[in-house]
Ligand binder design. Structure first.
Ligand code: SME
Length: 166
């Protein structure tokens, strides 16, 4: 079986996100096992954006961020509140766009080749449940377009997925 997302290199970033938003309806199904949905979600993003080196989810469990499904290199298995970009977002609950990770005090470098990053808070019915993290080897890979669409797409994901304890 082959699933073609229909994304091609000619498309702008916005066009890719608009297509993904439409496709979320059938790529992520409410009846699917939550780990299947979360894993496929990270694969869909990694596959769609060639400049993304790492995509993953961290969940807020027992007062820290714990690594969930991801695509990319080995990553830290837990992150404390306030630590790194993810830990900052766990505190502020606001999306953080980091144009150059080398200028972000306390950035956690899981991949030494990473140069920019975006971290989006995951909120379900106003409860903080974790973060979505994307890294790139390019500088300034992420902007307000990513923020806008990643927030929308992750909200759809959470509405269609029942994660135990959240
Ligand atoms: N860079 C993140 C840590 C997670 S990795 O990028 C996968 C941070 O500073 O929080």
């Amino acid at each position: 079986m082959s699933i073609d997302l229909g994304i091609n290199s000619e498309m702008s970033k916005k066009e890719k996100y608009l297509l993904l938003l439409e496709q979320m309806e059938y790529l992520i199904l409410s009846e699917d096992y939550y780990l299947s949905s979360l894993s496929n979600f990270t694969a869909i993003l990694k596959q769609s954006f060639t400049n993304v080196s790492w995509v993953g989810l961290y969940f807020w469990i027992d007062g820290k961020l714990v690594l969930g499904p991801f695509q990319g290199k080995l990553a830290c298995s837990s992150i404390l509140l306030g630590q790194g970009v993810c830990g900052k977002v766990a505190k502020t609950k606001k999306t953080e766009i980091v144009e150059n990770v080398h200028n972000f005090a306390g950035h956690i470098a899981c991949d030494s080749e990473s140069n920019s990053e975006i971290v989006v808070p995951l909120l379900k019915n106003s409860n903080f449940i974790g973060v979505l993290d994307l890294d790139s080897h390019e500088l300034s890979a992420f902007d307000e377009i990513d923020k806008d669409y990643l927030e929308q797409i992750s909200t759809i994901l959470l509405n269609k997925t029942t994660i135990p304890n959240f």
